[in-house]
Design a protein around this ligand. Structure first.
Ligand code: BG6
Length: 368
């Protein structure tokens, strides 16, 4: 079933371009995002004034990425919370709150219980799910399926990029309904989205050099990950993958937070992955991340930068640069996450670990 791949995870990473393409299929019509499953919910979706995204693990990082785009495009406040935290803190829920759950399996008990809680409290509920007919979408007012195909490896990869894709489509669907983006803006963002599968193919071509890096680093004891804006949840996801698969202590930080604490961890030889935002988005943000790189380098960090093609500013300070193709800044997470997935998988493999079935973890956690 692995189709010649050494693991399901390797196979599923290779399937990421298809996961995105299949999730987009039939949902772009004349330059607008139209999600047919939501056609009965126009009134509900124009009436909401707040969105809370709930999820666990990797799905929660997809939610964090999606929140930036939905808020920017649909001009609606979006918060993201872990399902188990949401449910036990007496959150403010009104009939105009939309609770969007994200779950690959659609069976995660923490998320299911949070959805039921939100429904009982009067919220509207929407499920983003990869498993047709699973419990969470059945419990929800609406469902948008990701079409990543079955994901077997415990660590989520292709479902993650499909979840971000579905959230972006949903953000553009909302922007159309609510009139917050012009037709030209909607079409431009959808063009970016449609270009992602091809760009993912190109990112996958650099997997060998990332694998090489992982093999060199197989006795590393701790790795830090820095990112800013949409790169921040990618840093968190990179760290989660390394913990899950390679049992290495890993932490993700918002790059701006570095000087407020984490910089104290930097000592000679400490590997730090930095997700560098495009200079074509916010030049200021790019400069700030480059200066973070200089600060940690001056303290001896080994800097592993993930930066877009042509970004020369990182070259003098980075020990390794993994290149990703140019994309509009909001779309970079879809590309930048791949090298981090590959890195964690290859490092685990180099340590002789079971990549598909890490110790103590289950694909779908059906207890609270
Ligand atoms: C965890 C899995 O237990 O559940 C993660 O190990 C996953 O990979 C998380 O991200 C959430 O699962 P689901 O099915 O709700 O997306």
């Amino acid at each position: 079933e692995k189709g010649g791949w050494p693991s399901f995870m390797a196979k599923e990473i290779a399937e990421e371009p298809d996961a995105v393409a299949n999730t987009l299929r039939g949902r772009i019509q004349d330059g607008a995002a139209v999600i047919p499953e939501l056609s009965d919910l126009d009134e509900l979706l124009t009436g909401i004034d707040r969105i809370t995204i709930i999820a666990c693990g990797t799905a929660s990082y997809a939610g964090q990425v999606g929140a930036y785009a939905i808020e920017k495009w649909a001009r609606i406040p979006v918060e993201v919370e872990l399902s188990h935290e949401f449910r036990y803190r007496d959150p403010v829920i009104t009939p105009s709150t939309l609770v969007v759950s994200i779950s690959q399996s659609g069976e995660t008990m923490d998320t299911l219980m949070a959805v039921k809680y939100a429904k009982d409290a009067g919220a509207k509920t929407l499920s983003i799910c990869n498993t047709q007919g699973a419990t969470i979408p059945r419990e929800s007012d609406g469902a948008v399926y990701t079409h990543a195909g079955p994901e077997v490896a415990v660590a989520s990869t292709k479902a993650f990029v499909a979840q971000i894709t579905a959230l972006y489509l949903f953000g553009l669907h909302l922007a159309r309904l609510r009139g917050t983006l012009t037709s030209a803006q909607q079409a431009a963002n959808l063009d970016e989205l449609a270009d992602i599968p091809g760009k993912l193919e190109r990112v996958l071509e650099s997997s060998d050099s990332v694998a090489q890096l992982a093999r060199w680093m197989s006795d590393t004891r701790a790795v830090l990950f820095l990112g800013r804006h949409v790169g921040f949840p990618i840093a968190l996801e990179g760290a989660l993958k390394l913990k899950e698969l390679a049992y290495i202590h890993a932490e993700g930080f918002a790059a701006g937070e570095l000087k407020h604490g984490p910089i104290a961890l930097i000592e000679a030889g400490q590997p730090v992955f930095v997700v560098v935002p495009s200079p074509r988005g916010s030049d200021e943000m790019h400069k700030k991340v480059v200066s973070n790189i200089q600060e940690i380098r001056a303290r001896g960090a080994r800097v592993l930068a993930i930066a877009e093609e042509g970004d020369a500013a990182v070259l003098p300070f980075a020990d390794e640069v993994v290149r990703i193709p140019l994309a509009a800044p909001l779309f970079e997470p879809l590309l930048a996450v791949i090298p981090l997935q590959v890195f964690a998988m290859e490092l685990a493999a180099a340590k002789g670990l079971d990549v598909d079935q890490p110790r103590n973890l289950a694909k779908s956690v059906t207890v609270e």
